[in-house]
Design a protein around this ligand. Structure first.
Ligand SMILES: [Zn+2]
Length: 176
């Protein structure tokens, strides 16, 4: 697998299931899975990805905020690979932003999420780590964590009318 990794699309069962815990985060197969996810994310212009999106029902996600065509305002960071992530706490504040998802091509939704989140996870060497995420990376984390729970962003919008086609999003929100 590598050059032809395609993305699971809405309607595929793997996206609606709670993903399974990874028994051994340092297993070389998990490293390979992370590599495949990085390739798929880059190929499709994502800023994050979860293993179920490449049809592997395991608790592994990647956050990689960087400016690209789909998210020109995104801050730049190194990829953060999290195995078996657990939420320790949320900030009390919420904000809303237009999200997209590689598994729902052509759609954007205005999704309210907490502005900060503290997370415990294992890295690929098996070590436990903690991180406090704020702003856009915190939003990406919550979106990807939802994938591990079998939740897609349309379930998080406040109103059905807060889901636009990509072209309407560009026209009405970006004004282009
Ligand atoms: Zn997604």
């Amino acid at each position: 697998m590598s050059a032809h990794i395609n993305i699971a699309l809405r309607g595929e069962k793997v996206l609606n299931m709670r993903a399974h815990a990874v028994d051994d985060p340092s297993d070389p197969m998990i490293k390979q899975l992370a590599k495949d996810m990085l390739i798929a994310m880059k190929t499709h212009g994502g800023v994050g990805i979860a293993a179920p999106q490449i049809r592997v029902s395991k608790r592994l996600l990647i956050i990689h905020s960087q400016p690209n065509e789909r998210y020109p305002q995104a801050p730049d960071m190194d990829p953060l690979i999290m195995v078996n992530p657990e939420i320790i706490s949320f900030s009390e504040c919420f904000d809303s932003m237009w999200e997209g998802c590689l598994s729902l091509p052509g759609l954007r939704g205005l999704v309210p999420r907490q502005t900060g989140v503290s997370v415990r996870y294992n890295d690929l060497s098996g070590k436990e780590a903690e991180v406090c995420l704020q702003g856009f990376p915190a939003r990406i984390f919550q979106h990807e964590f939802d994938h591990l729970e079998g939740i897609l962003f349309p379930l998080r919008v406040t109103e059905c009318s807060d889901i636009y086609s990509e072209s309407e999003y560009k026209r009405r929100v970006l004004g282009s």
